[in-house]
Design a protein around this ligand. Structure first.
Ligand code: 13P
Length: 250
């Protein structure tokens, strides 16, 4: 049976108490979920949510991490600290980090390499803006983000990585790429991966789609041959919406 990876990016939402309540509700709701499920609360709630998900089928993720292991980096959170809390995955290169905080491909690549070295599983986010899509540069933008994000990642390390295709214009806007459009970009990402790592590695790569994924569009998106999961923002904030998304095959 095909396996899917459904991840919830809570972004800058939820106090610790709210995060614990949501995590507890999800543990119950998703106890028999068939998919691989990850939730990424804000840093401040990670320790408390770690206690809630310990021993369950929910994995704990972080939304970002510093590009250095430790040292004089005011305000940063290191891979060591995340591992210490029981975090197993980390979202890197989210478009909000790229656009609002000016993270470039070189910085994101440093984080990807460090996460792998420290035993964290990166979700590398890529995606074009509306202007880039309309200018016909979708493939060059996404191709560059994939190539540069994976620079110096070995073939042996690749299975620990997930790629999330999140068209910037579809994030938080209610606009979803049509399943066919999204699938075409996922297929293109596999072409790029094949040129770097060969056909088998490209075929096996887990590629999530993100951007206004909701209970009523998830099944159609997941039915596409190249879409292997979802990275969910707004709809990840409530058990009433994230539950049915993760349980879309139930
Ligand atoms: P929305 O699901 O709110 O569009 O957010 C997608 C996203 O950015 C997940 O990382």
């Amino acid at each position: 049976m095909r396996s899917y990876y459904i991840a919830g990016n809570w972004k800058m939402h939820k106090t610790t108490g709210e995060a614990v309540a949501l995590a507890q509700a999800l543990v119950t709701e998703l106890a028999s979920c068939k998919e691989r499920v990850m939730i990424a609360p804000p840093f401040t709630a990670l320790a408390a949510v770690a206690e809630v998900v310990k021993g369950t089928n929910l994995r704990l993720g972080a939304q970002n991490m510093g590009s250095e292991l430790q040292g004089a980096h005011t305000g940063e959170v290191s891979a060591l600290m995340l591992r210490d809390l029981g975090v197993s995955a980390v979202i890197l290169g989210h478009s909000e980090r790229r656009h609002s905080y000016h993270e470039d491909d070189a910085l994101i690549n440093r984080k990807v390499l460090l996460a792998l070295e420290q035993g964290l599983e990166p979700i590398l986010c890529v995606g074009e803006t509306l202007e880039e899509r309309e200018a016909g540069s979708l493939e060059s933008v996404v191709g560059t983000q994939v190539r540069e994000g994976l620079k110096n990642v070995s073939a042996a390390q690749l299975p620990a990585i997930t790629i999330a295709y999140e068209p910037v214009w579809a994030i938080g806007t209610g606009k979803t790429a049509t399943p066919l459009d999204a699938d075409a970009v996922h297929a293109y990402i596999r072409v790029v991966l094949e040129s770097l790592y060969g056909a088998e590695a490209a075929r096996s790569m887990c590629i999530q789609y993100g951007g206004s994924v909701k209970p009523d569009n998830v099944a159609e998106l997941m039915a596409q041959p190249n879409i292997d999961g979802a990275l969910v923002g707004g709809a990840a904030l409530k058990v009433e919406s994230f539950g049915p998304i993760a349980n879309f095959r139930a």
